[in-house]
Design a protein around this ligand. Sequence first.
Ligand code: SF4
Length: 325
Amino acid sequence: MADPLLIVRDLSMTFLRRAGLFGRRTHQIRALNQVSFTIEAGETFGIVGESGCGKSTLARCLLRLLQPTGGSVRFDGVDLLALGDEEMRRMRQRMQIVLQNPFSSLNPRLNGFDLIAEPLRTHMELSRKEMTDRVASLLAEVGLSGEFMSRHPHQLSGGQAQRIALARALAPNPAFLILDEPTSALDVSVQAQIINLLLRLQRQRGLAYLFITHDLSVIQHISDRIAVMYLGKIVEETASEEIFADPQHPYTQALLSSTPMPDPASGGQRIILPGTAPSAANPPAGCAFHPRCSEVMEQCRTVFPAPRHTAPDHQVSCHLYDHAQ
Ligand code: SF4
């Protein structure tokens, strides 16, 4: 069996923040703490967690827009952290990102043609006619007509702008897309259209997706597997249907209890978490979730729970499962 397209092992990212008079003191902010996962070609891997849990830092570390402070990232057999800047720039043709707010990611001075042609010009030598045909074909792929070539971002709806951002990301023919909250800024009906578009593009192009969101209901239908992140760590990972059928980590259970279900009769009691997520600058000792956990035990306050397999494809980091392998 072929290796996964993306292999992430023990990825860590620690920022140093200056504080105090004249910035003489430094704080360490551990945004990512030994994050490991794999993504197969053509698969969607969802990452869910509250704002500030490290999801977007993870996206930037995978693309080396931030330089991780530890761990490894292999993409299609290549060690990304060992690449020089020019090699990494070329590698990013195959690894693209789509951000939450298309209006902040699209240059307002460029029209649809130039927005989509820009990455093509960077990576390929095409005649004007070839370029126009390519842009028209990419627009058609994302469900837009040729008239969008002349429109600027301020003339687009949120959904149309996100389709242009997608066409731009697809232009260099990537194998892997990082989708960082791609539907969060859109109306619910438009969200469904973009999710359906992503599913169709994945079928047609065999794309792998890393879908990052704070909202479990959004990734329910698109993800093959889901990882739940809390304060820079993955605390639970399993198949998408399994996370909804049998959430095991107390944090996952709380997230799920606040997710609207299609069948309200199937829902249980909503779990209200006390307080807010602690700061990565000052994380609690032991299990970082312990100040908010209703199941907290003495060892949770001092000992970090190691990841355990509670089933072959279900991994949880919580002392409630210390008996598992
Ligand atoms: Fe709760 Fe302890 Fe499990 Fe952390 S390790 S989630 S505090 S039971």
